[in-house]
Design a protein around this ligand. Structure first.
Ligand code: PLP
Length: 395
């Protein structure tokens, strides 16, 4: 495959068009082939012994990946600016593998209160059962007073899931390092494109490639990227836990990477138009979007991020379940479903109180998370305005 390193000064768009493929090693074909494998043969006894001895390469076997997997891993490592990447079967598998790589019984984990919901369940049940204590922290607060001698991992997600509070990633990563803890960032929101986690001092960055990297709502995939000091530990945990990514899925993620910058720019533009329109709507209390000054951490977002995506939330005025159903059931373009990052628009209602313990949420009404897809912005606004009219109608 081509060199995994980014040439000095090369723009990310250029990198993404060329990384992770080597046409003339594959009959001149532009895209890399999909290699399927469980068994991978060794030509000689010496080759077998050599591979089994190497701490870096390990056993050649399909679970570790095929050249299709390695092409994706090389591309994501270059995109994120990390040392190496490891593909996993889902974003959640990437997160749990990264956490288990560093945590042992008796260790303490600092977890951001706005973490992706299933991560909270993993901490509160499985990690707790393993004797690992979790403290949730306010994404807007300094973590230093919460660090303990046994704190081994500081976990960040910025902007946070559902409500999009923007953390000072560099500051938290520095505090973690000063306390000899590893910082792990869920970098899914940025798609690896809008934030440079390793330049900010993060040790491990994970992404649900399921979202924008794949971009077409048809693949589950995660990627862990680490700096050089922490990569081997993650590699070993991944080998022990066995969460392999499928080669067809890696191929689709590589294909998604080629168009990621243009898709993301369009998602951003559309979401900003929709968010600005909703700001003044009588049924909307507040819009939660990192690019709007009303979002907690907006100044940090302006400093650290190079853009936004298609995702944001709105806080609604209190309304009955019947009115909410009238709004949501009648939407024609924003369909209800979990996940985001695909070409189509999505909506999901939520109550932030259900998924936070370190911070208070005082707005009485429900929230909607909106993902603006690649449809026309005016069509999306019309769909939402008709829905909000149903929400606000008497009866
Ligand atoms: C979706 C998501 C995940 C989990 O990814 P899956 O591929 O769905 O397992 C993790 N973090 C964030 C922020 C997500 O939105």
């Amino acid at each position: 495959m081509s060199s995994g390193k980014r040439d000095e000064g090369q723009a990310t768009e250029t990198l993404l068009a060329h990384i992770g493929r080597d046409p003339f090693a594959n009959h001149g074909i532009v895209n890399p082939p999909v290699y399927h494998a469980s068994t991978i043969l060794y030509p000689t006894l010496a080759a077998l012994e050599e591979a089994d001895r190497s701490p870096y390469e390990g056993t050649r076997y399909g679970r570790r990946g095929t050249p299709t997997t390695f092409a994706l891993e090389e591309a994501v490592a270059a995109l994120e600016g990390g040392y190496r990447s490891i593909a996993q079967s889902s974003g959640l598998a990437a997160i749990t593998t990264a956490l288990l790589a560093f945590l042992r019984a008796g260790d303490h984990l600092l977890m951001v209160d706005t973490t992706y919901g299933p991560v909270r369940r993993f901490c509160d049940s499985m990690l707790k059962g393993l004797g690992i204590a979790t403290t949730y922290y306010d994404p807007m607060a300094d973590i230093t007073p919460l660090l303990r001698p046994e704190t081994r991992v500081v976990y960040l997600e910025s902007p946070g899931s559902l409500t999009f509070e923007v953390q000072d990633v560099g500051k938290a990563a520095a505090a973690a390092r000063a306390a000899a803890a590893v910082s792990i960032l869920d970098n899914t929101w940025s798609a690896g494109l809008l934030l440079r986690p390793f330049a900010l001092g993060v040790d491990v960055s994970i992404q649900a490639a399921t979202k924008y990297i794949v971009g077409h709502s048809d693949v589950m995939l995660g990627v862990i990227t680490a700096n050089e000091a922490n990569w081997l530990r993650v590699r070993r945990a991944s080998a022990m836990l066995g969460g392999a990514a499928a080669p067809d899925d890696c191929y689709l993620a590589l294909r998604g990477l080629r168009t990621l910058p243009v898709r993301l720019a369009r998602h951003q533009q559309t979401a900003l138009s929709v968010a600005r329109r909703l700001q003044d709507h009588p049924q909307v209390v507040r819009v939660l979007h990192p690019a709007l000054p009303s979002c907690p951490g907006h100044d940090v977002w302006q400093r650290d991020f190079s853009g936004a995506n298609g995702l944001f939330s709105v806080v609604l005025k209190p309304a009955s379940r019947e009115r909410l159903a009238a709004m949501l059931d009648g939407l024609r373009l924003f369909r209800m479903g979990y996940s985001w990052g695909g070409f189509e628009s999505l909506v999901i209602p939520f109550d932030p109180r259900a998924s936070r313990t370190a911070t208070a949420w005082t707005d009485p009404g429900l929230c909607l998370r909106l993902h603006c897809g690649l449809e026309d912005a005016d069509d999306l606004i019309a769909d939402l305005e008709a829905g909000l009219a149903r929400l606000g109608a008497a009866g």
